[in-house]
Structures are given as structure tokens and as C-alpha cells.
Design a protein around this ligand. Structure first.
Ligand code: ZN
Length: 123
């Protein structure tokens, strides 16, 4: 099975469904690290891409990203460490996935005192 991004051949179970594309894990990790947060142009193009693919809300997210989003939404405002703990993620993993949510304008982080909280955008 070919990765749609790098065109290398992989075993079927190594290919992941990412934003409607069949990609290998390497390409997926690379795509995840691409979002430049706090970059309005990037956010706009991400939103346009998602809309042109008919994706709304959490469509096109990885299952873990949906879980993070649902969790934050349920708690409304939750310290970053608590999200990582509740979902069994390392702070770095959480940061990677959260960057995507922020990129798609689904969630944001803010600082209150010394604690960084995660919250969703008002709907
Ligand atoms: Zn690839």
C-alpha cells in the first residue's frame, strides 16, 4: 500500500488514515508538527482545506485528538497536566495533538496564575 504523501510502499497496517489521506506514520508525524500555531494564515488555510473536504467540527481529527477535544469540552476549563493525565499522554504528546486542535480553532490554551488551562472556543 502506497503512502499518499511520500509514495513509499508500506504494509497495510502501517498506513494510517489521516485527514482523509492514507499516509505512513512518518508523514503523519510530520504533518502534525507542521501547524504553526498563532499563524492566522495557516489557520485560515487549514480551515479552508477542511471545509473544502466537507469537514466540520472535529471531522478529520485523529481519535485521540477528538478525545482531547471532548474531554476539554466536558470540563470546560482544565489544567493542561490534568488532560495529559486523564488521557494517558505525555506532555509532549498532548502538546502535539493540542497544536492540531488549536490550529483548527477548536481549542485554546490560556494562563491563569501559574497554571496553563485548556479550553474550547465558544461555539
Ligand atoms: Zn509517507
Amino acid at each position: 500500500m502506497l503512502c499518499e504523501l511520500c509514495n513509499k510502499d508500506f504494509a497495510e497496517d502501517e498506513i494510517l488514515d489521516f485527514a482523509g489521506k492514507k499516509v505512513c506514520e512518518d508523514c503523519q508525524v510530520e504533518s502534525l508538527s507542521v501547524p504553526k500555531t498563532c499563524n492566522p494564515m495557516a489557520v485560515r488555510s487549514a480551515r479552508n482545506t477542511r471545509e473544502s473536504q466537507g469537514q466540520k467540527g472535529t471531522a478529520g481529527l485523529l481519535p485521540i485528538q477528538e478525545k482531547i477535544y471532548e474531554y476539554i469540552k466536558k470540563e470546560k476549563k482544565v489544567p493542561r497536566e490534568k488532560v495529559a493525565q486523564a488521557l494517558g499522554l505525555s506532555p509532549k504528546q498532548l502538546e502535539t495533538h493540542f497544536a492540531v486542535l488549536r490550529h483548527c480553532e477548536l481549542a485554546r490554551g490560556f494562563k491563569d496564575g501559574n497554571v496553563i488551562y485548556l479550553t474550547t472556543f465558544a461555539e
